[in-house]
Structure formats: C-alpha cells, structure tokens
Write a protein that binds this ligand. Structure first.
Ligand SMILES: [Ca+2]
Ligand SMILES: [Ca+2]
Ligand SMILES: [Ca+2]
Length: 223
C-alpha cells in the first residue's frame, strides 16, 4: 500500500503506482510527491519504483542504499566514516565520509575547540584538516618593565619567545608573559592579570604595572 500527500491532505492508499496514476492522474502528476516511501523516485515526470535500501538498512556498498551512502558513525557525531570492508548502514547525511576519526565525537570537520589530549590515536587533528593546529602561537609583544612602574606597558600577553611554541599536549614548556595592573603605584591592592592574546587591563586597575611570567604551566592545546 502506498501513500501520497497532496496539498496537505493524505491521499487514499492504493495498491500499485500504475493503478494510481493511470486512474487518478493519467500520465502522472509531479505535483504529487512521495510522503512515506523512500524507494520511490520521480524522474522525467514519471514515478518509478527503485530497488534500494532505506536509511538505517544494513549495507555493503554505497550502491545498495537509496542515499548512496553506506557508512558508519561509531561515535554518533553525525559525521561518517567509510569503514573497513565498506559495511555499515545506509545513511541520510550531508557529511559522508568526512569523519577522520570515528571513535571520538569531538573529532569532525569544523571543530573549533582545542584539546590538550590526543584524540585517541596519538593525533591532535580534531578538525580533520590533516594538520595539528596549535593554540598558543603568539609571542608576546609586551614592552615594559619587570619592576613596578607607573607607565603602562604596551603590547599583548603571549609566549615568552618563539622557543616556547610547545608541541601539542606538552605542558612543561608554555609560559605566558603577562601584564599586571594594580590599584596602587607601589603595585599593591590586588593584581589583575591579563590573559593570553590580550593587552594590559584597563579601567579599575592601572596605577602600578608589571610585566611578569605566569605562575602556571599552560599545556599546549591543538585541533
Ligand atoms: Ca562519527
Ligand atoms: Ca568523530
Ligand atoms: Ca587540524
């Protein structure tokens, strides 16, 4: 039994397509469209029965699927991989075979976050572009005194120098050169430490200034 939808109303069921179009719409009518049968197609104004598997069916090649995508999504991130032996399920997806690591849902094209641990196979390529992009790459441009001064340093907080461009996941090399602004000219009254890639703080702070090294270790994160 087939079902059609027309202008928002369900059409009566019918047993064969030939019967329906020959008796109700001679010559076929592309205005009608298929509501519930994925194994039907309209080509050249004619409705045809095609032999293919609906989404979710077990498959062994692209050709057997109506979607032409036979893949797996083991980590359920909606990005699919082409499994060994090319077996899986027929998929309705706009991301066929773009998951470069199908065992970690954080790994897929377009991933914008950075990670301090490898994805599971030693690689830090989380956005599937074939490269390991590091987060901490800015060498600080801060110019100012390491002593307490009243003149505000200029530049941005960042790495000490180019040698500190640590490898992905490496937490023992990356220190940040930061700008500290205090309430009082003797560098007392609570420090406001600027963050990576930012200039010296403004507003409430700023009567005494220091350029310092961060106390904490920054683990290099990548994607
Ligand atoms: Ca996946
Ligand atoms: Ca994935
Ligand atoms: Ca990458």
């Amino acid at each position: 039994m087939y079902f059609f939808e027309h202008q928002g109303y369900a059409q009566p069921g019918f047993d064969t397509l030939t019967d329906y179009f020959d008796t109700s719409n001679p010559g076929g009518n592309p205005e009608y469209y298929i509501a519930s049968e994925e194994s039907l197609t309209i080509s050249g104004g004619q409705v045809q029965l095609i032999s293919c598997l609906a989404n979710g069916g077990s498959c062994s090649s692209d050709a057997v699927c109506c979607s032409n995508i036979c893949g797996t999504d083991d980590d359920s991130d909606n990005y699919f991989s082409q499994s060994a032996g090319h077996t899986g399920t027929c998929q309705a997806t706009t991301h066929p075979y773009t998951d470069c690591y199908d065992s970690n849902a954080n790994v897929h094209p377009g991933q914008n976050s950075y990670f301090t641990s490898h994805r599971g196979d030693g690689s830090f390529d989380y956005n599937c572009d074939g490269a390991e992009e590091r987060y901490y790459t800015l060498v600080s441009t801060l110019t100012g005194s390491w002593q307490c001064v009243t003149e505000k340093p200029t530049g941005l907080c960042g790495l000490w120098n180019a040698d500190d461009l640590a490898n992905c996941g490496d937490g023992d090399q990356v220190f940040l050169k930061v700008c500290e602004g205090y309430h009082y000219s003797n560098c007392a009254g609570g420090a406001s430490v600027s963050t990576y890639g930012q200039p010296c703080p403004s507003g409430y702070f700023g009567y005494g200034w220091k350029v310092t090294n961060s106390n904490s270790i920054y683990t290099q994160k990548c994607r």
